[in-house]
Each structure stands twice: as structure tokens, then as C-alpha cells.
Design a protein around this ligand. Sequence first.
Ligand SMILES: *[C@@H]1O[C@H](CO)[C@@H](O)[C@H](O)[C@H]1NC(C)=O
Ligand SMILES: *[C@@H]1O[C@H](CO)[C@@H](O)[C@H](O)[C@H]1NC(C)=O
Ligand SMILES: *[C@@H]1O[C@H](CO)[C@@H](O)[C@H](O)[C@H]1NC(C)=O
Ligand SMILES: *[C@@H]1O[C@H](CO)[C@@H](O)[C@H](O)[C@H]1NC(C)=O
Ligand SMILES: *[C@@H]1O[C@H](CO)[C@@H](O)[C@H](O)[C@H]1NC(C)=O
Ligand SMILES: *[C@@H]1O[C@H](CO)[C@@H](O)[C@H](O)[C@H]1NC(C)=O
Ligand SMILES: *[C@@H]1O[C@H](CO)[C@@H](O)[C@H](O)[C@H]1NC(C)=O
Ligand SMILES: *[C@@H]1O[C@H](CO)[C@@H](O)[C@H](O)[C@H]1NC(C)=O
Ligand SMILES: *[C@@H]1O[C@H](CO)[C@@H](O)[C@H](O)[C@H]1NC(C)=O
Length: 190
Amino acid sequence: MATFLILVQLLFIGTLIIPGHTQTAQPGKCYLLQNATAGNFSVDAVPPTYQPNTTFVVTITHNITLILDKDVSHYLLQALTPQNVSVGEWKDVEMENCSSIDTPILNNTQRVATWISPNNNNISSVQIRAYIAFSDNSTLFSTVTLSKEPETTKAPPTTTPNSVSMVQSSSFFIAVVQVPLLLVTGKLLS
Ligand SMILES: *[C@@H]1O[C@H](CO)[C@@H](O)[C@H](O)[C@H]1NC(C)=O
Ligand SMILES: *[C@@H]1O[C@H](CO)[C@@H](O)[C@H](O)[C@H]1NC(C)=O
Ligand SMILES: *[C@@H]1O[C@H](CO)[C@@H](O)[C@H](O)[C@H]1NC(C)=O
Ligand SMILES: *[C@@H]1O[C@H](CO)[C@@H](O)[C@H](O)[C@H]1NC(C)=O
Ligand SMILES: *[C@@H]1O[C@H](CO)[C@@H](O)[C@H](O)[C@H]1NC(C)=O
Ligand SMILES: *[C@@H]1O[C@H](CO)[C@@H](O)[C@H](O)[C@H]1NC(C)=O
Ligand SMILES: *[C@@H]1O[C@H](CO)[C@@H](O)[C@H](O)[C@H]1NC(C)=O
Ligand SMILES: *[C@@H]1O[C@H](CO)[C@@H](O)[C@H](O)[C@H]1NC(C)=O
Ligand SMILES: *[C@@H]1O[C@H](CO)[C@@H](O)[C@H](O)[C@H]1NC(C)=O
């Protein structure tokens, strides 16, 4: 009887401890990123090229609920440098810190968010990652990379047209013009 009571007490203490453990292991919504797989949907930014200190409007477009017949629970976003460092600032959204990456958590009616790029000029490109989380805890992701517009210092053409190919192409042109002319004159003569 005594051992039975001790067992009951141990089980009772156990049930008190275990829920506390699982709660600290998974704070917030970051767990939704864990098993994300690539999805067929689009994430776009306007403007589409990277510039420092600029406001970008990021939009998620998809038809997945029609195809998969699952409800969306949240949209999550991230903005990363090529070194996977979280950059910039998301405006007016609920944020979480997922493995040191700023991650806006949008509800299922928000598909648009505003992101402001950092002011320093040493970033070559930024990858925007978008995640669609479903009510069954499955998650799809898609990305778009914003690159800097190439510098408009165009290199002068390295090859100058050589005279031989000029002559060849001009005689080809004459031949093309002459064939219909010959046909026309041939018809007129006959
Ligand atoms: C992710 O996958 C692992 C292994 O299959 C599973 O144990 C875990 O519960 C999954 N996480 C989520 C949030 O679905
Ligand atoms: C992705 O979705 C589009 C329409 O939303 C569809 O036309 C296309 O076939 C899909 N691609 C794949 C690989 O499923
Ligand atoms: C960044 O952009 C904002 C708004 O366009 C402007 O007010 C601010 O002066 C800019 N900051 C710098 C350091 O250029
Ligand atoms: C979404 O599905 C509807 C109905 O099938 C279709 O008319 C629409 O073009 C699709 N949109 C995209 C972005 O695939
Ligand atoms: C950045 O993260 C992606 C996805 O997690 C990974 O495939 C890639 O190797 C990482 N790149 C660097 C430079 O760590
Ligand atoms: C985000 O969390 C990490 C630990 O996971 C911590 O080192 C970092 O300081 C946090 N960043 C912010 C901005 O709170
Ligand atoms: C989703 O978030 C937006 C903006 O925060 C809010 O206006 C809206 O009421 C929210 N919708 C739901 C269903 O929670
Ligand atoms: C870019 O510049 C910022 C501030 O000017 C600095 O904190 C950061 O380390 C620099 N990053 C790289 C990759 O040089
Ligand atoms: C999704 O995962 C969270 C955290 O692990 C869990 O509390 C919740 O019950 C899960 N929901 C479903 C539908 O599996």
C-alpha cells in the first residue's frame, strides 16, 4: 500500500513537471518553420530590386487552399543577407525571434507586409522567405531574392565589326533584295 501511494505521488509530480518542460521547449510560433518544404506559390516585393534605406511591399500570392483543401493558420516572413543574417525592419506586425532571425507572424488574412531595408550600402542582395503555415502544422516556403540593379557603367564593345563580315553581310543583303526583283522582272518578261 505504501509503495502504491509513493507511485501515485511520483506519477502526480511527473505530470506536473512534464507540461512545463514542453512549454519552454517551443516558445511562440517558431516551431512552424521546422518542417517547412518548398511550395508552389509566389512571394513578390515592390520595388523588385534591392536598394538601401527603402520601403518594400512584400506580398504572398497563392491558390494553395484551393489545391490542398487545408486552412491557412499563419504567414511568416524573413529577410536575410547571403550570409543568412536577419536584416532590415518589418513594420506594424507581430514579431518573433526565431534562431536570431526576425520573423513577422501574420494572421491568415494578412498577405502583405512592409519591410524597410537597412541604411548601410554593403549588402549585395536580400532573400525574402515566405512561409505558409496550415492548421495541421504543415508549412510550405517560397523565396524571392532582391538583387541590386547592375551598375549602369556599360563596358564598351570589345569587338569592332571587321570589314570582311561587313562585305559578306552587305552582299547577302543585296542577294536577298535581288531574288524577289529577279522574280518580278521574270514575271513581267514572260
Ligand atoms: C517536424 O518533424 C519531426 C520529425 O518528423 C516531428 O517530430 C515534429 O513534430 C515536426 N514538427 C512539427 C511542428 O510538425
Ligand atoms: C504551380 O501553380 C500554378 C498555378 O498556381 C500551376 O499552373 C503550376 O502547374 C504549378 N506548378 C507545379 C509544379 O505544381
Ligand atoms: C532613409 O530614408 C528616409 C525616408 O526616405 C529618410 O527620411 C532618411 O533621411 C534616410 N536616411 C538616410 C541616412 O539617408
Ligand atoms: C487561382 O485559382 C483561380 C480559380 O481556379 C484562377 O482563376 C486564378 O487564376 C488562380 N490564381 C493564381 C494566382 O494561380
Ligand atoms: C542559409 O540558409 C539556407 C537554408 O537554411 C541554407 O541552405 C544555406 O546554406 C545557408 N547559407 C549560409 C551561407 O549559411
Ligand atoms: C534572439 O534570440 C537569440 C537566442 O535565440 C538571442 O541571442 C538574440 O539576442 C535575440 N535577438 C533579439 C533581437 O532579441
Ligand atoms: C489579422 O491582423 C490584422 C492586422 O493586425 C487585423 O486587422 C485583423 O483583424 C486580424 N484578423 C484576424 C482574423 O485575426
Ligand atoms: C555593413 O555595414 C554595417 C554598418 O555600417 C556593419 O555593421 C556590418 O558589419 C557590415 N557588414 C558587412 C558584411 O561588411
Ligand atoms: C501544432 O503544434 C503545436 C506545438 O507543437 C501543438 O500545440 C498543436 O497541438 C499542434 N496542432 C496540430 C493540429 O497538430
